[in-house]
Design a protein around this ligand. Structure first.
Ligand SMILES: Cc1cc2nc3c(=O)[nH]c(=O)nc-3n(C[C@H](O)[C@H](O)[C@H](O)COP(=O)(O)OP(=O)(O)OC[C@H]3O[C@@H](n4cnc5c(N)ncnc54)[C@H](O)[C@@H]3O)c2cc1C
Length: 464
């Protein structure tokens, strides 16, 4: 439902914006409206206007106009979200951050970076590494996702098992309230307990509280070296049990990924590689640190593997070989997408000790309802990417996918897990938020939103 002042009309609002910030920064043509109407969920809704701020003053001016005429506004980074966060469900303005993509300052003395929200994640990683430093959060979408999107979703990735998620690297945020007023939360100091930790609240708030204009990120020294290891298992359960052993053993791998049998079959088919029929799950892990530390950990790892009857593990210690071992994981997304026309992509997370049971429970459901469920992910932190693959023209699959998803979410809550480990609630999971939170708790979310955005104009229709 469009809430803005229709008397003004879209063209008049666009003209007002053009006069205020410049005509090249405001677009209303069909090609722009279509290009900014969806994210990776495939949910679509066209905005009425796409605006491209180039600096803070543009953001403030756009917000003041949107707020005055009660026009909904949706910030957008790379549009790679998996929960519909950047889809403008109520129309209005999409605020696209592709032109605010500068690294403002690299402060090596304080191990900090000041960046604009539209900077691509991989650029932050590359610039840090070029100075012998390290920005660990590595969502698989890092070549196209933005830091603004990562901060808003509190993105994670394979390395987050050892190094933590995006919020662990955000020192401070600057941005604008929906009425155009500038606000800052956090500081450049590692320790900071002044007032409420609003910065932490904003990280992961899915673009519903403030519009980010500057983010202060922390970087750490780069580990001296790393190796990648691939271990194959005869069953899904043994792969998941191996992961639990590794966590318990304190090997602290920097990456700990699990790939199930359906994913392996899909990747082999997609890459036209030969399948080893004795392998039904794969664990990929990376060890990093000093050379001696890695050698000691590798010995322990081999010992653990032998307890599972495995004497053959693949080890890569140079970039080319690592890329080769990593290829299964990198090709997972396109490979599983080729299984069925529609992928329902969920990212549940459970307490780590429940991971093996959760995997068994979900594959049991897949068998019971005769439906394709593909599981992989950062199991070290309990995050299981659960992809239900269906053909939307097949009524049985559509119905069964709903039953299976409902049962998965209920199971996750029954073991005190969460319906989303890293993709956020957005549009796609908001009907399930009530499984995790009571009415009263959701009302508290609403009240917090109301403090920042009393008229509910900033990214409306999301989360609750
Ligand atoms: C192939 C693939 C792999 C992925 N792998 C991972 C993964 O490993 N880990 C993971 O966590 N996620 C992953 N994702 C999901 C997604 O990439 C992340 O959620 C990412 O953080 C989205 O960034 P984006 O720039 O595309 O944001 P968008 O999708 O554009 O936006 C995401 C949210 O951020 C808000 N936002 C964007 N910019 C601003 C701003 N300046 N101010 C306020 N709000 C803003 C939007 O309104 C929206 O709510 C993956 C997605 C794909 C397609």
């Amino acid at each position: 439902m469009i809430k803005y002042n229709l008397k003004m009309g879209v063209n008049n609002i666009a003209d007002l914006l053009r006069k205020k910030i410049g005509s090249t920064k405001v677009k209303t043509s069909e090609e722009y409206l279509l290009s900014y109407s969806y994210d990776s969920t495939g949910i679509k809704k066209k905005p009425d206007i796409v605006a491209f701020p180039e600096n803070e003053s543009d953001i403030s001016n756009i917000l003041k106009i949107a707020s005055k005429f009660k026009i909904p506004l949706t910030p957008r980074g790379g549009g790679l979200g998996y929960s519909g966060g950047s889809v403008p469900v109520e129309g209005g303005i999409v605020l696209a951050f592709s032109r605010m993509n500068r690294i403002i300052r690299f402060d090596e003395k304080n191990l900090l970076m000041e960046v604009e929200p539209g900077v691509i994640t991989s650029k932050v990683i590359e610039v840090s590494e070029s100075r012998g430093l390290f920005y660990p959060p590595d969502p698989a979408s890092l070549k196209n996702s933005t830091i603004g999107g990562n901060v808003s979703e509190n993105a994670g990735g394979p390395r987050c098992f050892k190094y933590g998620v995006t919020s662990d690297y955000v020192m401070a945020v600057e941005g604008f309230l929906m009425n155009g007023e500038k606000v800052k939360f956090g500081s450049y100091s590692i320790k900071d307990v002044s007032g409420y930790d609003i910065k932490k609240l904003i990280v992961g708030s899915e673009g519903t509280l403030i519009v980010l204009s500057k983010i202060i990120l922390r970087v750490i020294p780069k580990p001296e070296s790393r190796i990648l290891i691939r271990v194959g298992f005869s069953s899904m359960r043994s792969g998941a049990d191996f992961i639990m052993k590794i966590i318990r053993f304190n090997l602290s791998p920097s990456v700990l990924e699990f790939i199930d049998k359906t994913s392996l079959d899909a990747v082999n088919k997609y890459l036209q590689t030969e399948k080893d029929s004795s392998i039904n799950s794969v664990v990929l892990l990376e060890l990093d640190g000093g050379k001696e530390e890695i050698a000691n950990k590798l010995n322990s790892l081999k010992q653990l593997a032998s307890e599972f009857g495995i004497n053959d593990i693949e080890i890569a210690d140079n970039e080319d070989d690592m890329e080769e071992l990593w290829s299964i994981r990198r090709n997972l997304s396109p490979a599983i997408s080729s299984l069925k026309p529609k992928k329902i992509n969920e990212d549940i997370a459970v307490p780590i000790g429940n991971v093996p049971d959760a995997i068994e429970y979900i594959s049991g459901l897949a068998d019971e309802y005769n439906i394709n469920v593909v599981m992989f992910g950062h199991l070290g932190d309990g995050n299981i990417h659960t992809n239900v693959m269906i053909d939307p023209s097949n009524k049985r699959e559509v119905e069964n996918s709903k039953i299976v998803l409902d049962k998965i979410f209920k199971y996750v809550i029954s073991v005190k897990g969460t319906i989303s480990g890293e993709h956020g609630i957005g549009l796609s999971k908001k009907e399930f938020l009530g499984y995790q939170y009571s009415e009263r708790e959701i009302e508290i979310f609403r009240k917090i939103k109301g403090v920042f955005d009393p008229e509910n104009l900033l990214n409306p229709g999301k989360i609750f």
